[in-house]
Design a protein around this ligand. Sequence first.
Ligand code: SAM
Length: 259
Amino acid sequence: MIKAKKKFGQNFLKDDSIKYKIIKAISNDKNKIVEIGAGLGDLTVHLLRLGDVVAFEIDEELCSYISDKFKLEIETGRLKLICGDVLDFWKSQSLLDFDYKLIANLPYYVATIIILNGLDDERCKNMIVMIQKEVANKFIAESGSSEFCSLSVIAQSVCQVEYITDVPPTSFEPQPKVQSAVLSFDKNNPSYKLDKKFYNFLDVAFSQPRQTLIKNLSRQFSRENIIKIFDDLKLNLSIRPHQLNIEDYHQIYKKIKEA
Ligand code: SAM
């Protein structure tokens, strides 16, 4: 019997009703399915009914288990199993050289970085991912909410983010200590294009969430210039980072770049 390894974030999804909700949320376009963390293959079985799958798995023991379990699918090319750390394969701009949708019950210790990579990867057309609920709330938070942060701005600049379902610890084996949630990220109609410097700008903007936005931005940019930009955009000088909307963030960034 295979013992779950904590260091790889192994919490296997056993609840069929949650698997059904994930499958139901998957778009029926022709893009290939990519699964990160095939685990014991509990989700992979369902994904293979929808189309060809490319699955990544870091754990060698699970890789040989999956190779046996899906021997036929691997032989017929319906499943391609890539053993190793997915982040090592993401060193270039795109994870794969074809368009794909990412479906995964993500290992929580690398979930945020995987989602950010997916948002950045032009070949990744949409994602349905299970993550820690606390992190999910950040990705879907709206301007004005105390959870609104740089992750909300980044995701909602390039995606429609939708909350699919809550997932209690009892849906997994072994049970995680935290609540989980499934989110859908649809990149079909991006409102903005992101560049790396925008990420840095957001880090500065949200560096001290309770401070005024001007105070945070003045740590890196000229205070005089920031005040002028706020005046031009008719923004309240005492606004806090979570109170600004996504469009305003892009407008401020554009003006800083032009200055
Ligand atoms: N998909 C399975 C399920 O739903 O039951 C397993 C999900 S489990 C939360 C996460 C899986 O990701 C584990 O099998 C783990 O070994 C794998 N994993 C962890 N870190 C990884 C990485 N950096 N690259 C690829 N796979 C990884």
